[in-house]
Structures are given as C-alpha cells and as structure tokens.
Design a protein around this ligand. Structure first.
Ligand code: GN1
Ligand code: MG
Length: 348
C-alpha cells in the first residue's frame, strides 16, 4: 500500500524547487484515497501540492502530458475557460521527482470552495453541468491522443474477473465471512453483460472522460456557482457512463461510502433529476439515443463496480485501498451494495 508522505525535510526540498521561502507552510487537503494532496500557503499565494501514487499510476509523466495537451487545446479554443494552472519548478518542469516520490503543483483559484458531500440539488446540478461541459468542450479534441494512464480502469469485465480471482486466491477466512455479499454480487452479473452490450454498441462513443466526478473535484464560487472541474489525473478516452455513473454513485445518497450505519443510505430523487438536467445542458445534443437510453444504467454500472472493487480488496487483504480499521473495505462494500439495491428500486 502507498502512503502519501510529507515531512519538514522533504517539504524544504520542495520549497527550493519552487522558490518558496522559509515562511511557506503546508496542510493536508481533501479526502482522496489514492494520491496525497496538500494546501501550500506562501507569503503571496496559495497552491495545491500533490504527490502521485506511482504504485497505481505507473507512468506519472502520462498524467502530466495529458493535462498539458488538454489545457493547450482548451486555452486556444476557449480562452475564457478557467482552469487551475500547472506551476513549473525552477527548471521549468511541471512534474518533479524527489526521494522517489512524484510531485506537482497547481495554482489555487482564489475565492473558490469545494464540498465533500452534496448538500442540495443546486450543487448536484452545477457539478453535473461542469462535468458535461468539460466533455462537450473537448468534443473536437481527439480523445485517443491521450495516454491511457490507468489501463482497464473502468473495465467492468476485468473488475468482475478480479473479484472471481479473489474468490479463488484471497483470504480464506474473509471469503467465508462474506458469503452473503459475495452471492449478492454474483447474482448481479447481468450488469456485466449489459455493460458489454453497451460498449459494443456502435453508438457508444469514446470521449474525453474525467473518470473521477466526485463533488470535491468541482470548484464552486462563493455564491455557489460551479466554476470548473479539477483533478485531471484520470482523463482518458472513456464512455459517458463513467462520469454520470460516478455522480449518481457519490451524489444521490445523503451519506458517503464511508458510512457504516447502512440505514442512512437512501436515494434523493431530486438529486437524480438535478444530475440529469445539469449534465444534459451541454451533452444532450452530443449523446446518441442509444447512450441516452443508458443514462440511469450508468449509476448501476458504477455502484456495482465500486462494490466489486471494495469487496475484492477486502478479500485480498486491503492491498489497494488500504484500511483504517479491520473491516473497513467490507463495510464500504456493504455500503455500496445497499446503495445499489436502493438505486435499482428507484430507477425501476
Ligand atoms: C479512488 O483517490 P480517489 O478517492 O479520488 C479510486 C476511484 C474510486 C474511489 C472510491 C485511481 O479515488 O476509482 O472510485 O477511490 N481511484 C483510483 O472512493 O483507483
Ligand atoms: Mg482522483
């Protein structure tokens, strides 16, 4: 497992790279499970510093190059489109290796805020509008010119295969303990079949997809308008169901995937509608009828895949997501299974 690491000594080296003086300080930012993120405050400015989990992102330079090509395209074609700029170090590089860790720095857009949970339908609408707009603006950009930073990231067949492998080779005691969850996930394998049919459909188009559309990846203005999307680490060619699906997965429920009181899991229908209205603002004319027919399936697909991934990780002794307590990934899986069941009842 990877631990985002930072201490005074390493931070001093980073300060040298970026010409920040000794009054610069840092504090942890956000709640991502994969990369490390810190807010850096210098005498004049605020920045976001990130370390890249290179056990997962095997080629950090791919992330850097993807962000650059997309930023170049957007800044030429839509100069008013706002984006946190990548900051270069004193050698003009936007990706820095120090003590076997990879770092990059972004400007912090002043006067913006982020949220960790969706509190109302307006936030869901604004976020969905931002993610839809992002893909729509990049409609004429060749998605296949991007590097595949995480091969098979949202490949549901492979996720199912990994789940089956864990049932064969995973922790024996845990497999026995999880029988009910395992058989539920097996009973839902038709979602994999439906996903295969979808991606094989001629009208399912690969576009520039963000692949991490949680609410904390949208910047909001002080008056709660969406400003822009952030965290472009997983931009790759993909299907719209990844982005819309992850919004359903992470916005519609009043509690997060960390909640262990599963009675609190429910579907807020007004948020479901807000996601549709926000995303369709700029995507309605671009999505084929076939794709639009899969709008709500996207939620089933993403919630199911996340349940598979958490349970697989639990059976494999928490090697991917890590855990803060013994049954952490098991609880996350049950949380997502409960959410899936409720979501399916809602869209029936
Ligand atoms: C990871 O690091 P974070 O929280 O942005 C994961 C996502 C999962 C999410 C679940 C590269 O994202 O796919 O949906 O955890 N990212 C990677 O919380 O595996
Ligand atoms: Mg992310």
């Amino acid at each position: 497992m990877y631990f985002a690491f930072m201490n005074e000594q390493l931070f001093k080296k980073i300060c040298v790279e970026y010409n920040w003086n000794e009054n610069t300080c840092y504090e942890p930012l956000g709640s991502g499970l994969i990369n490390g993120t810190w807010k850096v405050t210098t005498e004049n400015d605020i920045y976001v510093l990130q370390s890249i989990n290179h056990q997962i992102f095997k080629k950090p330079e791919y992330i850097d190059e993807n962000i650059k090509t997309v930023t170049d395209f957007l800044s030429k074609k839509y100069p008013d489109y706002l984006f946190p700029a990548l900051i270069k170090n004193n050698r003009g590089e936007s990706l820095v290796e120090l003590e076997d860790e990879w770092f990059r720095v972004f400007s912090f857009i002043k006067g913006t805020q982020t949220f960790t949970t969706v509190n109302n339908e307006l936030q869901a609408f604004e976020a969905a509008k931002q993610f839809g707009n992002f893909t729509a603006l990049l409609n004429e950009f060749n998605a296949h010119s991007l590097h595949i930073v995480l091969p098979d990231f949202h490949n549901l067949s492979l996720r199912y295969q990994q789940f089956e492998d864990a049932l064969k080779n995973g922790n024996y005691n845990r497999i026995n303990e999880c029988k009910e969850a395992i058989s539920f996930l097996q009973s839902q394998k038709n979602i994999v079949e439906k996903w295969i049919q979808f991606i094989n459909g001629k009208e399912a188009i690969q576009r520039v997809t963000h692949h991490d559309t949680k609410i904390s990846n949208v910047l909001f203005s002080e008056c709660n308008n969406g400003v822009c999307v952030i965290d472009l680490d997983t931009i790759m060619p993909g299907y719209f169901i990844s982005d819309v699906g992850d919004m359903f997965r992470t916005y519609v429920c009043p509690v997060s995937e960390e909640e262990t009181d599963f009675n609190k899991i429910s579907i807020r229908k007004n948020i479901v509608t807000a996601i549709y209205n926000g995303y369709m603002q700029s995507m309605k004319n671009l999505l084929s009828g076939f794709e639009q027919d899969h709008f709500y399936f996207s939620g089933e697909f993403m919630i199911y895949m996340q349940a598979l991934r958490f349970l697989t990780d639990y059976l494999n002794n928490d090697v991917y997501y890590g855990c803060k307590y013994e049954k952490h990934n098991y609880n996350r899986a049950i949380n997502q299974i409960t959410l899936l069941q409720q979501f399916q009842n809602t869209i029936k």
